[in-house]
Design a protein around this ligand. Structure first.
Ligand code: FMN
Length: 373
């Protein structure tokens, strides 16, 4: 039982002693802020959003008329299941969760339909190499349309295969051939061979013949003489967005757009085709200026950080594509590795934008980038 009594006046006087009055409102606020977090909350209330609030950077953008959570997409790469047995299905699942587009390659190791089933809500693109014979290409287009792919990338930088000397030296064929050399290498990577031998056989899913090295295949099957007339033909056969992939000059950019392309993808194929090609990133400003809104400008090759992506956008690209960046993730850890790669790039994009003081992709300007002389 608590014994209660009335307070004495002297005791009340002690409690009611007024705190010193601060007439200045700023002083009052600052005195009340007991920690940096309190100061941050005050700062957020007092500074305009654009100045303060780079913490709420939005990386969302529109690529070819549809939303993308990031200003980058995942480029088409052949023989992806050779990198890791989870292959294209792993990549499309990550693209679906991340809300970014992913392009399946003609040289892919998963069928158009299987990839669509693995990522039903992903934004799916299809990359086409044109055949000497048009019928198989038409067949692939029809299947891609039926499976909900919304964009077609026609690769125009591979009239013949680049000199892939490492493939010859290392005996890279699809399916892999067991020679003494690959056998010895296999002994060093038993996990990879175990995956290969205990999962669906590795094969090109969209091609019927596949002997020899990748270069042999490209030279045997694909048309070395594609022209603007082929692009016009595709324009008629493909209802979705059409992208010319591998454009390397302002003149060609204009020509493919006149032939019906909705976008050009400035690319030197990750450096795998023509040596000493122009640096795609450096072409972005002049191509953007020349096309003057008639078509979108995409760019790839050598983009390995979110800061590279931001630079591409600031220079005038609508989006960047990455190839090896996500393949390294795939090889390192399958689907989880791709997710990690996309997370790293996304965080870097947001951080770079925040450091530049911009809160949305459309605030990026050429002045945010400078090329070394
Ligand atoms: C292993 C590998 C396979 C590729 N296969 C294709 C392909 O089948 N079709 C195509 O158009 N581009 C292909 N590319 C090129 C990519 O689409 C993209 O242009 C290039 O990887 C971008 O450069 P980056 O790897 O530096 O990001 C391939 C690239 C790599 C690394």
């Amino acid at each position: 039982m608590v014994h209660r009594r009335l307070p004495r006046p002297a005791e009340l006087r002690e409690l009611l002693r007024p705190a010193p009055i601060q007439l200045n409102a700023t002083d009052r606020r600052l005195t009340r802020a007991g920690s940096i977090a309190d100061l941050r909350a005050l700062a957020q209330r007092r500074a305009p959003r654009a100045v303060f609030d780079v913490s709420s950077v939005s990386t969302e953008t529109t690529i070819l008329g549809k939303p993308s959570a990031q200003p980058f997409a995942l480029a088409p790469t052949g023989f992806t299941r050779m990198m890791h047995t989870e292959g294209e299905c792993a990549v499309v699942k990550v693209a679906e969760r991340a809300g970014i587009p992913y392009a399946l390659s003609t040289m892919g190791t998963t069928t158009i339909e299987d990839m669509a089933a693995a990522g039903p809500d992903a934004r799916k693109w299809f990359q086409l190499y044109l055949w000497r014979d048009r019928a198989p290409a038409k067949d692939l287009l029809d299947r891609a349309i039926a499976s909900g792919y919304d964009t077609l990338l026609l690769t125009v930088d591979t009239p013949v295969a680049g000199a892939r000397l490492r493939d010859v030296h290392n005996g890279l064929t699809v399916p892999p051939q067991l020679t003494l050399r690959t056998f010895l290498d296999g002994a060093l990577h038993p996990r990879w061979w175990f995956d290969l031998l205990t999962t669906e056989p590795l094969a090109f899913a969209s091609l019927s013949s596949s002997e020899g090295t990748v270069a042999d295949l490209i030279d045997r099957v694909f048309d070395p003489a594609i022209t603007l007339a082929d692009l016009e033909w595709l324009r008629g056969a493909w209802p979705g967005s059409l992208v010319a992939k591998g454009v390397q000059s302002v003149t060609d950019a204009e020509r493919v757009v006149a032939a019906g392309a909705d976008a050009v993808l400035l690319s030197s194929h990750g450096g795998r085709q023509l040596d000493r090609a122009p640096v795609p990133l450096e072409l972005v400003p002049s191509v953007r200026e020349k096309l003057d809104g008639r078509a979108e400008v995409l760019v790839d090759t050598g983009i390995t950080t979110g800061a590279d992506v931001v630079a591409a956008i600031a220079l005038g690209a609508h989006a960047a594509l990455v190839g090896r960046a996500y393949l390294y993730g795939l090889m390192a850890g399958g689907e989880r590795g791709v997710a990690r790669a996309v997370r790293i790039l996304s965080d870097e994009v947001a951080r770079t934008m925040a450091l530049l003081g911009v809160t949305s992709v459309d605030q990026l300007r050429p002045a945010h980038v400078s090329f070394r002389p």
